[in-house]
Ligand binder design. Structure first.
Ligand code: HEM
Length: 352
């Protein structure tokens, strides 16, 4: 995701982002908007829409509404199945509508970033295209889950692709924001643009994202086979539950380790410290929700769906940590906002 200034010197952030966040001159640089800034609202809204998509998908499964619309892509042969509408049909129909909106937004993001790629860092159109391909795969998997009557492998792959999209878009958003803050700095950029966060931090961030994604895959397999219910009621399929419970410990501990580790980062990395704290909190909450799900014998849909919501939020926060950490360039040292030329209030908020 990070730009490689050594290989493509004309694409270093000082070349690609020659302006301050609000377009005013920074350190003698020319005026004009940062070219990537216009993509940030799109990526921010996409993260929210994708998390909502995962949660509605979870509610659809828990409410056994996965086949409430028996055909695809229409529902009972209609765009809006008014006469058939009930809670289950609404969940499945709204899930498809949200997926359609996400697909169109990703198409626009991809097309706009490819058309404007001469002024953009190369990772932006590549990530946008990757997300577009993932959403196409996701649409295909969604169709197959209906036509193949919710085959467990397909349901799990559908969840995994959705969570990959959440991580990718969340990481992309943070990389864009960090790049804007770097380009807003008035300081000489050459050495700073090449600086990266330490390898141990980037490795830890990637490891926690990979472990939580793996844990979600195990959870998806468990849920799509209704193995937890079968284990509790008939002692069948308990190995899936056992694997999910065992894998929770290393995943949660690695996420928790981000918090003390983040204290060793440069002082300007306040946003990463904030994300590390949020991730640790979400991991603890997720374990509590998992235990509660079992204690309640999976009988309270709100608790089961919350377990999926927190999983999606955790992936979004870890994706943000990875995206922000892989982005080349360190932030300028923290200074009073008034001392930073062209530093807008939104940039100050983002700097966190
Ligand atoms: C980092 C920790 C964890 C993560 C990221 C995680 C993630 C997930 C995910 C994504 C699902 C699939 C939900 C769905 O498709 O509806 C799931 C299911 C499940 N998880 Fe976890 N989980 C974690 C820890 C735990 C723990 C500690 C327990 C219990 C001790 C637990 C119990 C369950 C159960 C029972 C299900 C199946 C729910 C169903 O069949 O509806 N989880 N988990």
């Amino acid at each position: 995701m990070s730009a490689s200034p050594q290989q493509t010197p004309d694409r270093s952030s000082s070349a690609v982002f020659p302006h301050s966040a609000d377009g005013s001159a920074a350190g003698g640089r020319p005026q004009g908007p940062v070219p990537t800034a216009r993509f940030e609202p799109v990526t921010a809204h996409l993260v929210v829409a994708l998390v909502a998509l995962v949660v509605i998908g979870g509610a659809t499964r828990v409410m056994e509404a996965g086949l409430a619309c028996p055909d695809w892509p229409l529902c009972y042969g209609q765009w809006l199945p008014g006469g058939r509408m009930n809670l289950q049909v609404f969940l499945e129909w709204f899930h498809r509508l949200d997926a359609f909106v996400v697909g169109v937004a990703l198409l626009v993001l991809s097309a706009a970033s490819w058309l404007g790629r001469r002024d953009l860092p190369p990772w932006l159109p590549r990530c946008a295209l990757g997300a577009l391909l993932l959403v196409a795969v996701q649409g295909g998997l969604g169709a197959l889950t209906v036509t193949r009557l919710l085959a467990p492998g397909l349901v799990t792959a559908h969840l995994a692709t959705a969570l990959l999209l959440v991580a990718l878009l969340s990481g992309l958003h943070q990389a864009l924001e960090r790049q804007r803050l770097i380009s807003a700095s008035a300081e000489p950029t050459d050495a700073r643009d090449r600086a990266r966060l330490p390898l141990w931090w980037r490795s830890l961030a990637l490891l926690s994202l990979a472990l939580v994604l793996g844990q979600c895959l195990l959870g998806g397999s468990l849920a799509s086979q209704w193995a937890a219910q079968r284990c509790l009621s008939a002692a069948e399929g308990c190995q899936w539950l056992l694997r999910h419970r065992l894998a929770a410990t290393p995943a949660a501990l690695t996420v928790a380790a981000l918090l003390p580790a983040s204290l060793a980062l440069p002082s300007a990395e306040g946003r990463l410290r904030w994300f590390a704290a949020a991730a640790a909190l979400l991991a603890a909450l997720q374990v509590c929700l998992g235990v509660a799900t079992l204690r309640l014998q999976l009988g309270v849909p709100a608790v089961t769906v919350s377990h999926q919501l927190v999983a999606a939020l955790l992936i979004a926060v870890l994706g943000a940590v990875v995206g922000r950490s892989l982005q080349a360039g360190s932030l300028p040292p923290q200074r009073p906002a008034a001392a930073i030329p062209g530093f807008t209030s939104s940039a100050q908020t983002a700097h966190g």
